[in-house]
Design a protein. Structure first.
Length: 95
């Protein structure tokens, strides 16, 4: 997009590495559909299984994934105008 200070990221880690150890551990990935709708993915890993008899992802992992996706999308939505205008600089050091 011409004249846009920041473009919404494509598929990538949901947060920059090191911002949230739990998000890093879960490996949550964020991308967009062709029409710009957010898509969050939780890659499967054996250690995320809570009940090996089913096997099923642990309920706490599922809840954390849903909460993480909601918080990240709400933050992007709330900050997007400021990012686009350049009032907020992505990846700026937080002091």
């Amino acid at each position: 997009m011409e004249g846009v200070a920041c473009q919404r990221p494509g598929p990538h880690a949901a947060l920059p590495p090191g911002r949230s150890p739990y998000v890093d551990y879960l490996g949550v990935v964020r991308g967009d559909t062709a029409d710009g709708a957010p898509v969050f993915k939780l890659p499967f890993r054996e250690e995320l299984i809570g009940n090996p008899l089913l096997p099923a992802i642990h309920g706490g992992v599922t809840a954390a994934f849903l909460e993480t996706a909601a918080i990240i999308e709400l933050a992007w939505t709330a900050m997007w105008e400021d990012l686009e205008s350049g009032r907020i600089v992505p990846d700026a050091a937080v002091t």
